[in-house]
Design a protein around this ligand. Structure first.
Ligand code: ADP
Length: 384
């Protein structure tokens, strides 16, 4: 008669032939005796597993890079993230598929080792492709918006060039005849006054046409070494009357050198007139009657930097995104055309200058322009 302990001892287990010959590496784990049995495919790949009772150590030796206890073998389901070392010393990423098994009346776990090298490689490639695709999409969107901007400016340029050309001829005739009429005597005092009004209005129209032509790049693209400080001071002269009228102070800060940049002097002046005019409008909107605009010129590693800062109303992020769009304006009808900054952008782009806009609603705006320096730097006081 068998002793009580022998009767209670678990029956000896032998891996069934069907599983032993299966080409998939697998283990059978018997939790009651902590035995572990490997099939031939497993042993070919990872070496033999000691047939002795399982102490937990073989599993730890087998399964790297993730602390594992043999209790994982009792958890049915899929377990990812294990790396197993093969007999040749190769580290093979595996997924464990564990399912309960009846091993001759004893409960056991069937642990399948699935080599996921190819799957992980595919996943890695997928992630790489996804990153590349996201980057390409962002680049495409950027290019698309640059192209849209260029297309809008090009068609606007053509249109304004055509209109400017058509209007300029009759306007020159009106101006010429009016000036000639002034020589005719006798003219009544009110006749003289009308005539001078006509001449004044015609000259104003000629100015508008000139700026339209400049927008259409008809002003001549001659680029020379130009003093930034000179262009800023000339622009300041043009807006000086408005500054005084609105109680706005303008401070121009420049170092001991006046850096030169390659640009068309008239267009450069136009850039600063546009920026100063917008700064004045923003200040007036925030607190009419007082305010400060600061223009600073400095040299940085990547070129000559000009910052035009105001303490005006600032702008929201949505507005900031659109300010360079032709015809975009937040100003009331009759006050804004929405062309100033798109012209500015076009001029700066042409000479390879960069523009950045930093703005805080309620506090002010800073336009930061970075110009490529011309061949040399002009000393302050040196003739232009
Ligand atoms: P316009 O001045 O005719 O509106 P712009 O192209 O010069 O056209 O400017 C477009 C818009 O950009 C303005 O209507 C305004 O909303 C915004 N903007 C430009 N400069 C500033 C500034 N310094 N502060 C706040 N908003 C500004």
């Amino acid at each position: 008669m068998p002793t009580k302990s022998k009767a209670n001892a678990p029956k000896e287990f032998k891996i069934p032939d069907g599983l032993g010959d299966l080409p998939l590496p697998l283990l059978i784990y018997l939790p009651d005796s902590k035995e572990i049995h490997a099939n031939r495919a497993f042993e070919r790949l990872f070496g033999p597993v000691p047939p002795s009772r399982f102490s937990g150590r073989p599993a730890i030796a087998l399964v790297h890079e993730r602390p594992v206890h043999e209790s994982v073998f009792s958890l049915p389901g899929r377990h990812e993230g294990f790396v197993v070392e093969s007999v040749e010393g190769l580290k093979i990423p595996v997924e464990l598929r564990i399912s309960p098994l009846n091993a001759g009346g004893r409960s056991a776990s069937l642990v399948l080792f699935e080599d996921v090298t190819a799957k992980l490689e595919l996943e890695r490639q997928l992630i790489e492709n996804h990153v590349a695709l996201t980057q390409a999409f962002a680049d495409l969107k950027h290019t698309q918006s640059a192209l849209t901007q260029a297309a809008k400016l090009a068609s606007l340029g053509e249109l304004s060039s055509g209109i400017a050309h058509e209007l300029n001829q009759p306007l020159q005739a009106i101006l010429g005849f009016s000036q000639e009429l002034q020589q005719f005597e006798p003219l009544s005092p009110s006749g003289k006054e009308f005539l001078s009004d006509i001449i004044h209005a015609s000259k104003k129209m000629a100015e508008i046409i000139k700026s339209l032509r400049s927008f259409a790049r008809e002003a001549g693209d001659e680029v020379v070494d130009t003093s930034l400080e000179h262009a800023i001071r000339e622009a300041a002269k043009l807006v000086n009357h408005s500054l005084l009228q609105r109680g706005i102070s303008l401070e121009i800060r420049s170092g001991s050198h006046a850096p030169l940049v390659s640009a068309n002097p008239i267009q450069l002046e136009q850039v600063f007139v546009n920026l100063l005019s917008n700064a004045m409008d923003a200040i007036e909107e925030a607190h009419a009657g007082k305010g400060t605009i600061t223009v600073s010129i400095s040299e940085s590693a990547d070129g000559v930097r000009v910052s035009v800062a105001d303490d005006g109303c600032g702008m929201s992020e949505e507005v900031r995104q659109r300010i360079f769009d032709p015809f975009f304006t937040t100003k009331e009808t009759g006050k804004g055309t929405g062309l100033g900054l798109s012209i500015t952008h076009g001029i700066l782009e042409k000479i390879g200058a960069r523009v950045e806009v930093l703005s805080t609603p309620g506090h002010g705006t800073r336009f930061e322009l970075t110009f490529r320096p011309a061949g040399r730097i002009k000393k302050k006081g040196e003739a232009a």
